[in-house]
Design a protein around this ligand. Structure first.
Ligand SMILES: Cc1ncc(COP(=O)(O)O)c(C=O)c1O
Length: 490
């Protein structure tokens, strides 16, 4: 450290009494208010900005800087944020962002994030009110999904983590808690899991990470609506039993990532019960559809699941990240994750009261206050309004479907069942042309669709998740697709 830096540091440290608190609270307060105002402006004027823009090389280069050993004035760092970060964010707050299944967030969530940052609570455990907020949200989710008393719920990063935890819980339920000691290689039972070919890749990854092996996940084919084929599922289970394997887990999907298909959860639940398997629902995309009266009947059977993974940060528009795992029998979750330690000793009074703690229900000890932005969102909007947003995205998808059908240059690539529309620009060189259209649209900032493969053929995918999206955004998307397609082909 150079002498200059040392002198500067000791000056800062003395002026702030050796802490990291501001030396001048009034200045910092004014800057904080400006930041807040700027973010209000950013969200209020979001339509005037591109949905996304490529990162110029010089901007990217600014993030190869040396580790700062000395201080920088916060106003200067904020200047860098507005110049280098704000314009080049991922764009999912923008109404024309439809690329992937991502929520738009809300002003409420943004403000709640600021409050949570001020409290800086650690929700791993101990007796403080932020934990009660998380318990409150868990109780609300229990009611949303019609789970019984005794269910347990936990905030996690996202459904990838929630699905992984569900695989671990199902494993413990199948092999007994001793498996945590012996490891999965020791028991004689070879566990095998089932899901559909349209399931998200995180299910195979969860099997891999759990040590059970992604090769022990059967990917069952789907019907014309992309729902798991139950007759084939039954055959696969029988064949595996005949081969001496132990079917232990059935994963249904409520909203497939490609086209938003919903498996027949009621029938899957019956089958899992018949076969003595754990029934888990990956509800990342559409689980929270239970809040919309017109969508809830399509999720019938979810209330019978052993566990459900879902994301408040998608359809419920809570700020990232806010994934959730709900487990019918909370004891199963404790059995899988609780691990006593002297430094986590529980008492009946004082701050070590209130056992069990969230750290007993999952892998994390240190945990942020994800519950606060979710609690605010649920209270400020209410479940009826959030459900109405979900229904509206489905109506918009039907509108987009009709517009695609009415446009001679375009064709639908999959049935539109929920809030995702897959389509193509008609071309003899379809994959290449459609991939290029999507890239051009993203680079233009007009709209952000994405691509996916359906039956091996590339399709343009518009996932309408954001509460800000309107018909005019879909009109602009289609106009730009046709214009780009014509330009590429001609
Ligand atoms: C069906 C499905 N499952 C799981 C996930 C993973 O969720 P997350 O990104 O919250 O980890 C996604 C993400 O889009 C998904 O669509």
């Amino acid at each position: 450290m150079t002498r200059d830096v040392r002198d500067e540091l000791s000056a800062v440290s003395e002026s702030a009494g050796g802490t990291l608190d501001p030396a001048d609270w009034a200045d910092t307060r004014a800057l904080g208010h400006r930041m807040l105002d700027d973010m209000f402006d950013y969200l209020q004027d979001i339509r005037q900005r591109p949905a996304w823009q490529p990162i110029p090389a010089e901007v990217r280069g600014e993030f190869r800087a040396a580790l700062p050993s000395g201080p920088t004035d916060m106003a200067t760092v904020y200047g860098e944020f507005t110049r280098l970060i704000l314009p080049f964010s991922s764009g999912n707050v923008h109404p024309a962002f439809m690329g992937w299944v991502q929520g738009g967030g809300s002003v409420t969530g943004m403000l709640a994030e600021m409050l949570a940052g001020g409290l800086n609570a650690n929700l791993g455990g101990r007796d403080h009110i932020p934990i009660e907020v998380e318990r409150q949200v868990a109780e609300w989710t229990r009611q949303m999904f019609g789970f019984p008393e005794g269910a347990a719920g936990l905030f996690v990063t996202g459904s990838s983590m929630a699905n992984f935890m569900a695989v671990l819980i199902a494993r413990t339920a199948a092999l007994g808690p001793a498996v945590r000691l012996t490891g999965v290689t020791f028991p004689c039972k070879r566990l095998v899991a089932y899901t559909s070919r349209a399931a998200h890749g995180c299910i195979a990854k969860a099997m891999d990470m759990s040590g059970l092996g992604s090769g022990m996940l059967r990917s069952i084919s789907t019907d014309e609506m992309h729902r798991i084929r139950i007759s084939e599922l039954r055959r696969a289970i029988t064949a595996d039993r005949d081969a001496g394997l132990t079917p232990f887990l059935l994963v249904g999907t409520a909203g497939t990532v490609d086209i938003g298909a919903i498996d027949d959860l009621d029938e899957l639940s019956d089958l899992a019960a018949e076969e003595g398997m754990w029934f888990h629902v990956d509800g990342a995309c559409a689980g929270l559809g239970v809040l919309a009266p017109d969508l809830a009947p399509r999720l019938r059977g979810v209330e019978r699941a052993d566990s459900i993974a879902f994301d408040f940060h998608k359809w419920a528009q809570v700020q990232y990240d806010a994934g959730f795992l709900l487990v019918r029998d909370g004891k199963r979750q404790l059995e899988t994750f609780a691990a006593p330690a002297a430094y986590l000793r529980r008492e009946s009074r004082g701050m070590s009261a209130g056992s069990p703690w969230p750290c007993d229900y999952g892998p994390d000890l240190s945990r942020g206050f994800r519950a606060l932005k979710t609690w605010f969102t649920l209270k400020v909007y209410g479940t009826a309004q959030l459900g109405a947003v979900m229904s509206r995205t489905c109506e918009l998808a039907q509108y987009l479907k009709r517009r695609v059908e009415q446009t001679p240059e375009l064709e639908l690539a999959a049935p539109v069942q929920l809030n995702i529309v897959c389509f193509r620009y008609r071309s003899a060189n379809s994959d290449v042309v459609n991939a290029e259209i999507v890239t051009r649209l993203q680079e233009s900032g007009v709209a952000v669709p994405s691509t996916t493969l359906l039956e091996g053929q590339l399709a343009i995918r518009a996932a309408i998740v954001n509460h800000r999206t309107q018909r005019c955004d879909l009109d602009a998307l289609l106009a730009a697709v046709v214009k780009s397609g014509n330009a590429i082909v001609v």
